[in-house]
Design a protein around this ligand. Sequence first.
Ligand code: ATP
Ligand code: MG
Length: 391
Amino acid sequence: MQKIDLILLKYGEIALKGLNKPIFERKLLDNIKSRLDKIGKFSVRRAQSTVYVEPLDDAADMNQALKILKKIFGIVNICPVVKCEKNMESIAKTAQECLSGLDPSGKSFKVEAKREDKKFPLNSPQLCMELGGILLDRVEGLRVDVHNPEIVVNVEIRGEAYVYTQKIKGAGGMPVGTNGKATLLLSGGIDSPVAGYMIAKRGVEIEAVHFHSHPYTSDRAKEKVIDLAKEVSQYCGKIKLHIVPFTEIQLAIIEKCPENYLTIIMRRIMMQIAEKVSRQNGSAALITGESIGQVASQTMESLVCTDNAVEMPVFRPLIGMDKEEIVTISKKIETYETSILPYEDCCTIFVPKHPKTKPDLAEIIEAEKALDDIEEMIEKAISEEEVLVIK
Ligand code: ATP
Ligand code: MG
């Protein structure tokens, strides 16, 4: 594995934010620092729309830092850099070493140079020519293609010379915390972790609510959701997870409401509880993993009835996606393996045999009247919540 002296981080979209740019940059820097703090001592600083990450002692592992940085929103490109002295021989030797890891024989390349230190004797085009020539001589089978090269050797002349050949794609999006906060209804399934990831990607801080039906759902089911929250938090940073006991409410619905409306009424009450938790925690919207037509409770008509239960906007980032597309993202963000563990969710116990796929809102509201003490039950459930801060 190539040694990494320094990591350069380039940010794209946030550079376009005009007067807000300093706010976005500060947040990005804070997010990077707080994530890297967990693994060691790093210097994180910013200059000219680039963030510089350097180890402050031998224990600070740059390869581990790289893994973490790939999951921080707001970063477009990640470049692991080797530093060397500011003279041609040293730069050429370092570039050659970088190339040797890329199996360069038969590949096309070009050199890109940036001279920040104007005292360096060659300007950028001269440096490109000179270094390109040396590498062409010394590296067997390499050829030049300035328009569409397979390898780009980057050199930046600053306090020292920086050489890098790798530009890793970052997580993109905007720094979490620059776009308010929303509450994710997090189940143990495949969809909701992906939904949380997608909204966090746009800079939104995530609060999460999970409904647990002990003893019908096991402690392992709860652990699974905590694990999912941990996995999502690798991208969106700290998550406050509210685990709300839902058994009493669920049993009341089963006892008092028509069977074919169980799921939709349960879903409406979940939304109401999540909305209350949101208001108490300064969150402005709800997020679910619903997608049109995926199951009976997610037909157009069902979604309209669920939406009607709350005043807050409900974000459903997966609304137009096929399951296959959702699975692809869940594999990419590494929640899939946890999501498919076979523990019961409170929605999968007590599933009605014939759920209504075209529910009627007026009928539902009428049916809910049987739940005469629902307000107290909701308050009680919230007062008994367990709160975990996942970092
Ligand atoms: P998922 O993979 O998210 O579980 P799903 O296809 O199983 O999705 P449903 O069980 O119908 O879908 O749930 C739809 C949405 O309702 C979920 O994406 C999630 O946002 C929310 N939800 C379902 N069950 C729970 C729960 N136990 N706690 C919190 N939210 C839930
Ligand atoms: Mg589910």
